[in-house]
Design a protein around this ligand. Structure first.
Ligand code: NDP
Length: 287
């Protein structure tokens, strides 16, 4: 049996329709959610991601402002800009597109964003709140993955979730979100020995590595749910995931495609966080 496709694009479309209604309601209350996006340098992939995020904002009625700076700016200059945005009442969410040029300390930049405006969910305060189960901005890709898995109606409690990759933005937090849902979670990374013997134990396999077709049919248990986060550009210019889709779809029960899988859901959760940030601020002003 060939796996069913979990279409991130379709799910994102549905969610964005709901979000657009929420924005309409907020606007009736005099609140216009605003996102400020900072883009440093001229990395083509970053430019294309930012374009996608701005387009999605426009689609649901969020006002997005793009600040672009050359790669030569100093760290001090960037931190100053972020502090200005922290003070700007028309800005509810601040996003600094990563990666940044080598001479700028990413963690310092993330820590300068006010946790109340940290719609990427990367600030250590939000990471900590998520870890201890407090209300927090959840990081967009992990949150999108959780929504995708929930959309197929699977009971996550007790399932063995294997995460391949342990980055701060995807691997580590996605494991935490599934732990919160009572899954048994195993992390794999570049030092893991005999990767296939571990990934084959997964009921839900989440792959966030950045290596084209790293995961083949031999890595996957019959009937597993496979979430492919990787985005890799092949020599022919096409995009492909970390999972060998054609092979694995013959073994898995559900699989996400690349493109049109996790990517559109990541952006949708960014929109969600920006709207939540606007609601929270309005709430704080009333109380
Ligand atoms: P990082 O490069 O930060 O992390 C990659 C992880 O993969 C590391 O933990 C690394 O291990 C691990 N790894 C590397 N090689 C292997 C291997 N052979 N076997 C097992 N693990 C390995 O990447 P990100 O988490 O930022 O991104 C991962 C992928 O997801 C990329 O393709 C990226 O483009 C994509 N992505 C997609 C998004 C979307 O919305 N669709 C959003 C974010 C990312 P170690 O820690 O030991 O080095």
């Amino acid at each position: 049996m060939t796996a069913q496709i979990i279409s991130g694009a379709e799910l994102a479309k549905e969610k964005r329709m709901q979000l657009a209604k929420e924005v309409e309601q907020l606007k009736r209350e005099g609140i216009e959610p605003g996102l400020a996006v900072i883009l440093v340098g001229d990395d083509p992939a970053s430019h294309s991601y930012v374009k996608g995020k701005q387009k999605a904002c426009a689609e649901v009625g969020i006002r997005s402002t793009l600040l672009t700076f050359p790669a030569t700016i100093t760290e001090e200059f960037l931190l100053e800009k972020i502090k200005e945005l922290n003070e700007d009442p028309s800005v509810h969410g601040i996003l600094v597109q990563l990666p940044l040029p080598k001479h700028i300390n990413e963690l310092k930049v993330i820590e300068t964003i006010s946790p109340e405006k940290d719609v990427d969910g990367f600030h250590p305060i939000n990471v900590g709140r998520m870890m201890v189960g407090q209300k927090a901005f959840l990081p967009c890709t992990p949150h999108g993955i959780l929504v995708m898995v929930k959309s197929i109606g699977v009971d996550i409690a007790g399932k063995h979730v294997v995460v391949v990759g342990r980055s701060n933005i995807v691997g580590k937090p996605v494991g935490q979100l599934f732990l919160r849902e009572h899954a048994t979670v195993t992390y794999c990374h570049s030092k893991t020995k005999d990767l296939a013997s571990i990934t084959r134990q997964a009921d839900i396999l989440i792959v966030a590595v950045g290596k084209a077709r790293l995961i083949g049919a031999e890595h996957v248990k019959q009937g597993a749910i496979v979430i492919d986060v990787g985005v890799n550009r092949l020599e022919n210019g096409k995009l492909c995931g970390d999972v060998n889709f054609d092979e694995v779809k013959e073994v898995a029960s559900y699989i996400t495609p690349v493109p049109k899988g996790v990517g559109p859901m990541t952006i949708t959760m960014l929109l969600h966080n920006t709207i939540e940030a606007a609601k929270e601020r309005a709430h704080r002003e009333v109380h």
